[in-house]
Design a protein around this ligand. Structure first.
Ligand SMILES: [Zn+2]
Length: 57
């Protein structure tokens, strides 16, 4: 996730999580901490607009 904003679905796909719900837990706990930033915009992978997570680390 090096600077590319990703939606929950793509994060779940990248992390190979079994459900989007788990990804939401990961992303919500990650947002605001550890260089993760939650913002609105198109996903860098699927292009879907919406809340995405970007890693600034
Ligand atoms: Zn996506």
């Amino acid at each position: 996730m090096d600077g590319t904003p990703l939606c929950d679905e793509c994060i779940a796909d990248r992390l190979d999580l079994s459900s989007i719900a788990q990804a939401s837990v990961v992303t919500s706990s990650a947002s605001g901490t550890g260089g993760f930033e939650r913002l609105r915009g198109p996903c860098g992978l699927c292009g879907e607009p919406g809340p995405v997570i970007r890693y600034n680390g």
